[in-house]
Design a protein around this ligand. Sequence first.
Ligand code: ZN
Length: 251
Amino acid sequence: MGREADRLEAQITALAAWISESQRIVFFGGAGVSTESGIPDFRSSDGLYAEKRRYPPEQIVSHSFFLSHTEQFYEFYKERMLYPEAAPNAAHLALAELERQGKLSAVITQNIDGLHEKAGSKKVLPLHGTVLRNHCQRCGKFYNLRDMLARPGTVPHCDCGGVIKPDVVLYEEALDTALLKEAARCIAAADMLIIGGTSLAVYPAAGLLRYFSGRRLVVINRSATPADRDADLVIQAPIGEVLSEAVARAH
Ligand code: ZN
C-alpha cells in the first residue's frame, strides 16, 4: 500500500510540473469525469444499459425512436439521463481553474451533462451535445434545461405547439462537424493533452487524438486505455483527486 501511495504521489508531482510548463493544455474527457458527481456511466455494465426494459436503451436514445415514441423517449430521458441537481466535482473545478489561469485552451467532452459549464469552464466542446440546450423542432425557439423541464406534461411542447428536442446527439444522428473540426484544431495546437475518465471506446475519440503532436500526453483513468501505450504518464486513480492535487501544486 505504501509503495502504491508513493507512486501516485510521484505521478501527481510530475503532472503538476508539466502543468506549470504548459500553456495550451487540452483536456479530453468521458463518463468517468462525471461518476464522482453521482452520474452513472450509462455504457458501463452496471449502468442503465444493463437494465431490463421493454426497449433497449440504445433504441430509446435514437432519432427514429424519438420521432415514433416521443412519450417513451422523454420518460426515459427525464428519469435516467437528466441529473439537474448534479454538481461539478473536483475534476471539473480544477479544469475550470486551469482555464482561468490561461493554461487550458479547451475541454472536449463526450458527456452531455453540462457539468464543465456549471463549473465555470468557458471553452467546452461537447461532442455528443448537451442537456443544457433544447430547441423547438418547429420554430427553433431555444429553451434552457430549467425552462424545458417547466413545460407541462411528459413531452415538452413549445408555445407554438412544436415538440422541444434536447441538443443531444442521438443514435442515428451525425455529430456536429464544426465542433469536431474545432476539437481537432484545439488538439493539434495543444502542448499537453490530458485524457481523463474515458476508455476511448466511443466514436470519435480515437480518431481525434491522432491530431495531437504536443510534448506531453497524460492519461488519467481507473482502467487501461488504448492511449496508454503512447502516453508519457498513465495515472490509474480517481480523476478528481489527481487533477485537484496537481493543479494546486502547479504554478
Ligand atoms: Zn416553437
